[in-house]
Design a protein around this ligand. Structure first.
Ligand SMILES: [Zn+2]
Length: 643
């Protein structure tokens, strides 16, 4: 990537526009937060020496930082664009700075105005050449006393961060739908921003939509707002730009309690409210362990099936895949996960995508602690064991050892490459290791203090390790060695000191599976009536290679696995069916791939099809399914099938 290819000399595109009438007192309060990715950890709030170490942004956030974004946008379903203005407040960290550099990708910049002394003036700006990953740097020359800029722009119909669904692609079939996914670096396809997690902004927005649709954002919103096509939002807490989020559609709301509720299309609203009814208990458990929830309301939105993730932790409004609505609350750990991000990730944020484990490892750890608090140790251990199987596979499949370090290598090609089981599960296991060595009685208060001390800041791996040394290790120097810590953070694979989760329930399942494989019992006689989804996943995932078609058929007949409505179980079964060449599952696998866009499932299914010489079949299905997938998923599967 050529991140420095844009130089000031390439200010080739200059726009000159008439001054707009002065506008006064519409400035917003600046956030006081300062990135923690500083050259030293002086506790003084005056320290402003920010080191720029995020290579996936053009922004000059070490010199000038945006502090507030005010959007005023038409949501135009006909043209599939957001069209309007972005006003940006900023602060200079370097008083000599003469320009503000923002990230954009596939944005059409129509004009830039700059406010100085309360008066709007035409702005001078330049756009760098487009880079397929990074987009374009938008450099705005700052006047001496400028305090705000206003950019008129529109997004592209192919913006990677926005998916525009036709009515036919929704459950209700009557209205279109729009939703965003800004993490990791797609906020720049929605608005001009300093698109790095090292920068925090507050934001406000006005959205205009067709009047029959409801618009939502990752911000303060009234669930009882009238549906009239004009919506206002305010996010008073400073967030990294990747947490900007928008959803517009024929969406309804139902409360779970006075500050938690669910938004969804009507067909799945009641089922979702029932599925996620224990979210308030999760919030209580989280707050009990790690301090108060600091974001006001906490709502969930169940998106259309093309949403490419299990969930996305957009603040105040977690985005969720409908595949979590299993009917038995068996997959709600994803809600615990997204909620946990309200502490790890949204409150304390990785300053750099190399440090993604600070978001995802911490969150996976907190998720598991909350699941244990609510449902007991057995379920928590089963989830740890399933995760550990996934981590082992990810480590075995890693393209190079550096991609199994918690601290990802500096030459990471795409920020998404940091979001593997290494960040999530190795990260969580590092914290299990610390918990085991220091003891919960010390580790829990330490983590609570860590979240509090770094609230609304962005931190690096090194910041965390220093904090660990100062606030915990110093008191218990014999608990861990420096070499052990380094092996976890800067070493490959799964360290020998990792916890080995042992589930009694899984061992019973394994014993029954052995009896069946040995011919001592029929599948139909396996006492599985009370198995949880977790036990089913363990049973299916641990099936040995080389099952005969007769064995596949026997399992299918006994347990109706092909076509099961539990997406996790279905996925596990189809993976086995692909590897084992079990053809009777293929029609249902086809349906699954046509109706589910969650990356966790479809990336590996297409990958397995390719690995087992079924690329032609995979291509046929993908040709039909592709237009229903999110742009992010399209990019990933294009790469998988064409690799
Ligand atoms: Zn997460």
């Amino acid at each position: 990537m050529t991140r420095l290819k844009f130089a000031a000399a390439s200010l080739a595109v200059l726009a000159f526009v008439a001054c707009e009438a002065p506008k006064s007192s519409d400035n917003h309060g600046e956030s006081e937060s300062v990135s923690m990715s500083e050259s030293h950890s002086d506790s003084s709030h005056d320290v402003k020496t920010v080191v720029k170490d995020d290579k996936f942004t053009y922004a000059n956030y070490d010199k000038v930082q945006m502090t507030h974004l005010d959007l005023d946008l038409d949501v135009d379903f006909n043209r599939k664009v957001l069209d309007g203005t972005a006003k940006i407040d900023f602060k200079k960290l370097d008083s000599k700075a003469t320009e503000l550099v923002l990230d954009t990708k596939d944005l059409t910049i129509k004009s830039v105005q700059i406010r100085e002394g309360g008066e709007w003036k035409e702005g001078t700006y330049g756009l760098s050449d487009a880079d397929s990953l990074m987009g374009q740097a938008l450099t705005v020359l700052l006047l001496d006393k400028a305090d705000q800029i206003k950019i008129a722009y529109q997004t592209s119909p192919k913006a990677e961060g926005l998916q525009w669904l036709s009515p036919a692609q929704t459950a209700g079939k009557k209205h279109p739908y729009l939703f965003s996914q800004a993490q990791a670096i797609n906020a720049r396809t929605m608005a001009p921003v300093q698109d790095t997690p090292a920068v925090r902004i507050t934001y406000s927005a006005k959205l205009r939509t067709p009047p029959e649709l409801l618009a939502l954002m990752s911000a303060d919103q009234d669930p009882n707002t009238p549906r009239d096509g004009e919506y206002s939002f305010d996010m008073p807490q400073p967030i990294p730009p990747y947490l900007l989020a928008i959803a517009v559609g024929d969406i309804e709301f139902k409360a779970i309690n006075d500050h938690i509720g669910v938004y969804a299309e009507k067909y799945i609203l009641d089922a979702s409210v029932e599925e996620f009814s224990e979210t308030p208990l999760m919030e209580d458990a989280n707050a009990e362990l790690y301090g108060p929830y600091r974001w006001g309301r906490y709502d969930l939105i169940v998106l259309p099936p093309s949403f490419p993730f299990g969930g996305m932790e957009n603040p105040r409004l977690s985005f969720l895949t409908p595949t979590l609505v299993a009917g038995d609350k068996s997959l709600t750990n994803v809600v615990a996960h997204e909620l946990a991000h309200s502490w790890s990730g949204n409150l304390v944020t990785n300053a750099n995508w190399q440090d993604a484990w600070l978001n995802e490892g911490f969150t996976s750890y907190v998720e598991n602690r909350v699941m244990e608090a609510l449902y007991g140790e057995e379920r928590a251990v089963m989830e740890q064991a399933l995760d550990m199987e996934g981590l082992k596979r990810a480590v075995a499949e890693a393209k190079r050892p550096e991609l199994t370090h918690l601290k990802m290598p500096a030459d990471l090609e795409h920020p998404d490459d940091a979001f593997t089981s290494v960040a999530y599960i190795k990260g969580a296991n590092f914290l299990f290791f610390l918990e085991d060595r220091f003891g919960r009685e010390h580790f829990d208060p330490f983590l609570k203090k860590y979240f509090d001390a770094h609230a609304f800041q962005s931190v690096t791996t090194e910041d965390f390790i220093t904090y660990l040394h100062d606030e915990l290790h110093a008191d218990f120097p014999d608990a861990v060695t420096r070499a052990e810590l380094d092996a976890w953070v800067y070493g490959p694979g799964i360290p020998a000191t990792a916890r080995q989760p042992k589930s009694d329930a899984f061992e019973k399942v394994s014993a029954l599976q052995s009896n069946w494989l040995d011919g001592q019992m029929r599948a139909a006689d396996i006492p599985s009536e009370n198995w949880s989804t977790h036990e089913w996943l363990h049973f299916i995932n641990s099936l040995p290679e080389g099952l005969t078609t007769a064995q596949f058929k026997e399992l299918d007949k006994a347990f109706s696995l092909t076509g099961t409505q539990n997406a996790e179980t279905a996925f596990a079964w189809y993976m086995q069916a692909i590897r084992g060449g079990y053809k009777p599952a293929m029609p249902e696998l086809n349906k699954f791939l046509m109706s589910v866009g969650r990356g966790k499932f479809i990336y590996r299914l297409y990958g397995a099809l390719k690995a087992s010489d079924q690329t032609a079949w995979a291509n046929r299905v993908y040709k039909k399914a592709r237009k229903g997938y999110h742009p992010i998923a399209q990019r990933r599967i294009d790469a998988i099938l064409n690799d």
